[in-house]
Unconditional design. Sequence first.
Length: 106
Amino acid sequence: MDIDSASGLAADIVAALTTITDPEIGGNIVDLGLIYDVSVDADGAASIVMTTTSRGCPAAGFLQQAVQAAVEAVKGVTAAVVDLTYEPRWTPDLIRSGVFPVSARH
């Protein structure tokens, strides 16, 4: 799912995820492009696919736990699974347009 077109419970989850700040870069994890997918089934079970800025990111565990907690706190979510992936690899090109000045992105 394109997280920018999320609706209903998925949109509420995306909104909750914008409250999580990446400690390395300082922006929220949605605007940084760290959330690859948000899906919710008819029973309210949510599945999140995310990444970090690098495979060896020391904040990976913290970020995964923060995502889990934020999703579980959304009204209507009955369960949450957070999968961490490195395919595709995160690059600064995934940062949403307008979040940081162009010079800071490259």
